[in-house]
Design a protein around this ligand. Structure first.
Ligand code: BG6
Length: 482
């Protein structure tokens, strides 16, 4: 069988991790611009890495420093996008996933009209992609809401954010209607409870009841996602809108039914946001979780109808690693993963950041998601963070990265052969960028090396890694030559 003829091979990046130019041409600060590089905090301790307080935000806004606020500088994609897109085209990309920084269009989120320079920037980026027949896949919210909305409203905990987000999205749809067909609403929507600030603009020490605010924020994001799905379909005939889930595949630590149950519960909580976006209603088990935990989700009249009437067209997800669960944590050796800490699977190796490498887990994930949702799937993030060495003759020999991707592609293709309808695959990330969780540059994902270190030193020159030509060959053969 093999992959579809029109399989969308490519790569994925996010505005806040690549663009830089954080305060240029009218852009307002976003929640990403106050994220600090913390060299003295263990990179595996994601909670401390992403910790944020009202005071730390004040401190951050008192300085224009970019050394310890690496997302402010990114990799200067804002100025170098023609060079980068040309390199993506050279690899043969059919698609490129980017995000539109909300605060580049609406600096505080509350302006009546968009910032023209921001609008023009993305227009130019899309034009560059189309020059090489690269189909844009655009995330509307990727960890970069305007900071002002976090400070004033405690982010998505407040219902008023829905209308502001709808205004931003409407601008995107009307302005880029001829440029973009594929849209994603919220990146890793399930992450609200793992890092509420980055994901939903909730400042934890501004909340009286954090868990309540988090689940209320989920509800507001679901409604917003459904509303913009409807508007997108109306404004751009033939457009397709997807949800985006962090697929945190979890296995039972043993065949002990209590471990199986613990794992089932983990997976149920992971699936729930996508369940709402695909099925158009809250799962019963989640409604019961709300009751048991004394969570009272305020819903407006008509919300449930909006959710039911505007479900997504496809299901996209990120997949990096898997974990194991047990009814008793003492049975587990803990390790870190994509903003999670969980049980380490003794059968798997892990990266320097503690994330397990589990290619078969990708196949399992594809089968599980397809069996659950019966919708086309799109892998929109997958990759391996690693330290790379630039040799004196400008080379990067990254066989470990090639091995990671090859093993994942083999399993992906097996899942397709088993009947999964897969639209495409975008690697995270095709070019080195600032890490979302640790704000490091040295956690490198790309096929393209960027000469920049954790403190922002370097020429910013781009170099092709060995994996560059390998991925080019994979795309050219539509996955047949791995
Ligand atoms: C996903 C995010 O969680 O994982 C990306 O959508 C992120 O923004 C990626 O970069 C890898 O995580 P990290 O922390 O290694 O950058």
């Amino acid at each position: 069988m093999g992959l579809r003829k029109d399989f969308l091979w490519g790569g994925a990046i996010a505005a806040n991790q690549v663009e830089g130019a954080w305060n240029v041409d009218g852009k307002g600060p976003s929640v990403a611009d106050v994220a600090t590089y913390k060299p003295n905090v263990d990179v595996k301790d994601y909670k401390k890495q992403v910790q944020i307080t009202q005071d730390s935000i004040k401190q951050a806004m008192a300085t224009k420093d970019t050394t310890y606020y690496p997302k402010r500088r990114g990799i200067d994609f804002y100025h170098r996008y023609p060079e980068d897109i040309k390199l993506f085209a050279e690899m043969g990309f059919k698609t490129l996933r980017i995000s539109i920084a909300w605060s580049r269009l609406y600096p505080t989120g509350e302006e009546e009209e968009p910032n023209q320079a921001g609008v023009d920037f993305y227009k130019a980026v899309f034009k560059e992609m189309h020059k090489y027949h690269i189909e844009p896949l655009v995330t509307l919210s990727h960890y970069e809401m305007p900071l002002a909305l976090a400070q004033k409203y405690n982010g998505w905990a407040d219902r008023r954010i829905i209308d502001l987000f709808v205004r931003f999205c409407r601008t995107c749809f009307t302005t880029y209607r001829d440029d973009v067909k594929y849209w994603l609403t919220f990146n890793e929507i399930d992450s609200v409870t793992r890092h509420p600030f980055t994901s939903a603009g909730i400042i934890p020490d501004q909340s009286d009841n954090l868990l309540q605010d988090e689940y209320q924020a989920f509800h507001h994001q679901f409604v917003a996602s459904a509303l913009v799905t409807k508007i997108c379909h109306e404004l751009i005939p033939g457009s397709q809108v997807g949800c985006m889930l962090t697929k945190l595949t979890d296995y039972a630590n043993s065949a002990d039914p209590r471990d199986v149950l613990a794992s089932f519960n983990k997976n149920t909580m992971n699936y729930f946001p996508a369940d709402v976006q695909v099925f158009g209603r809250y799962p019963e088990l989640i409604l019961n979780y709300f009751k048991k935990n004394n969570l009272h989700i305020v819903m407006a009249d008509g919300d449930l109808e909006i959710l039911a009437a505007n479900t997504v067209d496809f299901v996209s997800f990120s997949y990096y690693m898997s974990m194991v669960s047990s009814y008793d944590e003492n049975n587990l050796t803990l390790t870190s993963g994509n903003t999670v800490v969980g049980g380490k699977n003794p059968y798997l190796k892990s990266t320097d950041w503690g994330w397990t490498v589990d290619p078969v887990g990708l196949r399992i994930s594809l089968l599980q998601l397809y069996d659950r949702y019966h919708k086309p799937l799109f892998i929109v993030e997958n990759g391996m963070g690693a330290q790379d060495e630039l040799t004196s003759d400008g080379k990067i020999h990254d066989d470990y990265r090639i091995d990671y991707f090859r093993s994942h592609f083999e399993e992906m293709i097996k899942a397709v052969d088993a009947g999964v309808d897969l639209m495409g695959y975008t690697s995270w990330a095709p070019i080195d960028l600032v890490s979302a969780s640790t704000s490091q540059m040295s956690k490198r994902y790309g096929f393209i090396y960027v000469d920049e270190d954790d403190l922002g030193r370097g020429s910013l020159n781009r170099y092709k890694k060995d994996s560059f030509t390998w991925y080019q060959k994979v795309i050219r053969s539509n996955g047949e030559d791995l």
